[in-house]
Write a protein that binds this ligand. Structure first.
Ligand code: ZN
Length: 95
């Protein structure tokens, strides 16, 4: 398999209030995953990541995923981008 054969999924990511992390909602695991945002400015923290899924046969295990940073981790954005099911697990992290 060559890299051209890989279809890398793109997932919306939200920046934590601290600014250091990005959060995605993983449809494979049904929970959120946190990824480092590096030192990159808000809005520019995306890019390819290795999947943080616990299951090795999950849908993102082979390809990882591409993060697209879409905004800050607020309740409004969590509901809008991830859906209401994501709010409970992220309440502690939301700004
Ligand atoms: Zn996952």
């Amino acid at each position: 398999m060559t890299t051209e054969d890989k279809q890398i999924p793109i997932l919306d990511a939200l920046r934590t209030p601290s600014g250091h992390s990005l959060v995605i909602w993983c449809t494979s695991c049904g929970c959120h995953h946190m990824h480092g945002a590096g030192d990159r400015p808000v809005g520019e923290g995306g890019g390819h990541r290795v999947a943080h899924c616990a299951r090795r046969d999950g849908i993102y295990a082979r390809t990882g995923y591409e993060l697209r940073e879409v905004g800050m981790l607020t309740k409004e954005n969590v509901v809008g981008y991830f859906g209401p099911q994501a709010v409970r697990g992220l309440r502690r992290l939301m700004g």
